[in-house]
Design a protein around this ligand. Structure first.
Ligand code: NAD
Ligand code: ZN
Length: 246
């Protein structure tokens, strides 16, 4: 065991209300690419902005085309050893909350209880109606889109939008409040697989640290908050988390 792992496990031993904050890197082991890694999504396409999506049929079409391309990898992904280790932490009674930036819903599939889960950026498995706010499955929305290439609409006539936070779209306030409340209420924060550079999400684990809670970062490659970590585990989350949480 590395000295850094020993230090991190010692912090774990003293904790009973742990906040786990996750990003795209926890899901690369499930075959979903992160944004900034090689072959990451934005190396091949430009993100569509929320305002443009709302205003223009062409932007809606472009965004739905991008979803049609990327959704299959989401639809068949399975939780990996890191998601399962987080679910195990909950079963052992030491998890306060999981706050994730991911839209792949793999924490849910791994067994993390929805009461303890905050999906800050929404869920890519659903689309929502901009008018009546009804949710339909992404499968159904994409079937409509693939049938004629027109942006899909709800039964009420409103436009459907993937139920994820787009670039330029504000985050759900209720989710943000829950996330920062967990940062206040935890006795240890663990950030996993995130470059910790997307705001306001990245401020959640840092708020715990600012409130005096110990902070562990698990990531392959540098993060924007390495200097704030009390223990810093470098490498694959699928290998490190089971060891950290066992
Ligand atoms: P990011 O791409 O900025 O950072 C991911 C980090 O994880 C990188 O530093 C990378 O080196 C590291 N990493 C990759 N594989 C790893 C592994 N196996 N073990 C440990 N670390 C690993 O991602 P972010 O911080 O989540 O922020 C980007 C935005 O991307 C978020 O807003 C999120 O909504 C979105 N996103 C989500 C998904 C998903 O739902 N799975 C995928 C791509 C992007
Ligand atoms: Zn509707």
């Amino acid at each position: 065991m590395t000295p850094e792992m020993e230090k991190a496990r010692a912090l774990l031993r003293g904790a009973s209300r742990i906040l786990v904050f996750t990003g795209a890197g926890i899901s690369t082991g499930s075959g979903i690419p992160d944004f900034r890694g090689p072959g990451g999504i934005w190396t091949t396409s430009e993100p569509v902005n929320y305002k443009d999506f709302i205003a223009s049929t062409r932007a809606k079409q472009e965004y739905w085309r991008y979803k049609a391309r990327t959704y299959p990898a989401f639809a068949c992904a399975k939780p990996n050893a890191a998601h399962l280790a987080v679910a195990g932490l909950e079963r052992s009674g030491r998890l306060l909350a999981v706050v994730t930036q991911n839209i792949d819903s793999l924490h849910r599939s791994a067994g993390t209880h929805t009461d303890r889960l905050v999906e800050l950026h929404g869920s890519g498995l659903y689309a929502e109606c901009l008018d009546c706010l009804d949710w339909v499955s992404m499968d159904r929305a994409l079937d409509k889109f693939n049938a004629d290439g027109a942006p899909p609409q709800c039964a009420c006539g409103g436009w459907l939008k993937p139920a994820v936070v787009m670039f330029g779209e504000p985050l759900d306030q209720e989710n943000l409040v829950k996330a920062f409340r967990a940062a206040e209420g935890c006795d240890l924060a663990v950030a996993v697989g995130s470059s910790l550079s997307v705001e306001p999400a990245a401020s959640v684990p840092l708020a715990a640290k600012a409130a005096g809670k110990p902070y562990i970062i698990v990531n392959r490659g540098p993060t924007a908050q390495d200097g704030a970590a009390d223990a810093r585990l470098e490498g694959d989350a699928c290998l490190l988390l089971p060891e950290l949480f066992s």
